[in-house]
Write a protein that binds this ligand. Structure first.
Ligand code: AMP
Ligand code: MN
Ligand code: MN
Ligand code: MN
Length: 273
């Protein structure tokens, strides 16, 4: 358990809880500092901030930007951003447009594959908010076309599958500029989730650091000690601050809770927050 959780989602993107309930859940689980990092939007920040004041916990305004690097989709956290900064509002408007176009492309591809009404189905799960792949996954599951969300990503939505439309995202360096423009720290999210070789991951970290990236997640949710040690070493090699968070998306299983992850190795430099 950790008291500082720098990665979480509400229903402003693909989380299950509304921002208020997310904050209360974090408080209940002993979190004292929570960053709300919805995908490509800060629309949940104000509501989360209000509830955080009531609950007496510290809310860090954040975002998880979608980006590309060498044709691979990446996630970059912006922590401690000013949600009202002009650069940020422009950036989120652009990402919202990209998401809309992408949702149509994903739906068209799914339709070609025989899944009808995917856009309407995904939109229903998004409840008027921006559409993500998780909403398509929920639609495929609910309509009985896959047996689990995992299967939906494995066969249709994950990296390299028909629903993996990534050419609409901005370059990594541009996203770092957006985050800095809004006064935040740029942190590479879950570096091990991109299925890269170690060599490629080092190349990514070199480019990210050169672009001005500030930190990387050394811990993202429950993970094995050797992974944590490996990522801690990388953070030191590339002189990046170490960040840790749950990537909580909702109470969908017993082990998914805000703050549910281990502690950073002592040799790491934690992100100053
Ligand atoms: P998007 O931001 O629309 O590209 O969607 C990415 C999101 O899909 C991630 O943040 C996760 O919430 C979800 N996701 C990705 N892979 C999986 C998976 N294998 N199983 C369940 N959810 C996933
Ligand atoms: Mn997500
Ligand atoms: Mn992510
Ligand atoms: Mn996330």
């Amino acid at each position: 358990m950790s008291h500082i959780d720098l990665h979480s989602h509400s229903c402003a993107s693909d989380g299950i809880l509304n921002p208020e309930d997310l904050v209360s859940s974090a408080k209940y689980h002993g979190v004292e500092v929570l960053a709300l990092t919805d995908h490509d939007t800060v629309s949940g920040v104000a509501a989360a901030q209000a509830r955080a004041r009531e609950e007496g916990i510290h809310l860090i305004p954040g975002i998880e930007f979608s980006a590309t690097w060498r044709g691979i989709s990446l996630h970059i956290l912006g922590l401690g951003i000013d949600p009202n900064a002009d650069t940020l509002l422009q950036a989120t408007a652009r990402q919202a447009q990209a998401r809309e176009t992408r949702a149509q492309l994903i739906a068209a591809r799914l339709t070609k594959h025989g899944f009808n009404d995917a856009l309407a189905g995904a939109e229903q799960h998004a409840q008027g908010r921006q559409v993500g792949r998780a909403h398509f996954a929920r639609f495929l599951l609910e309509s009985g076309q896959v047996t689990s969300l995992k299967q939906a990503f494995k066969h249709y939505l994950g990296a390299g599958k028909i629903g993996d439309v990534k050419h609409l995202w901005p370059e990594l360096s541009e996203v770092v500029e957006w985050i800095h423009g809004a006064g935040g720290a740029a942190v590479l999210a879950h570096p091990r989730r991109y299925k890269m070789t170690n060599t490629k991951l080092r190349a990514l970290l070199a480019d990210f650091a050169a672009a001005g990236g500030d930190g990387m997640e050394v811990i993202c949710g429950p993970q094995n000690t050797p992974v944590t040690e490996y990522l801690a070493d990388l953070s030191l090699d590339f002189e990046l601050y170490a960040s840790a968070g749950s990537d909580f998306h909702g109470p969908v299983s017993r082990w998914q809770k805000p703050g549910a992850f281990g502690t950073l190795p002592a040799r790491c430099r934690p992100l100053p927050m």
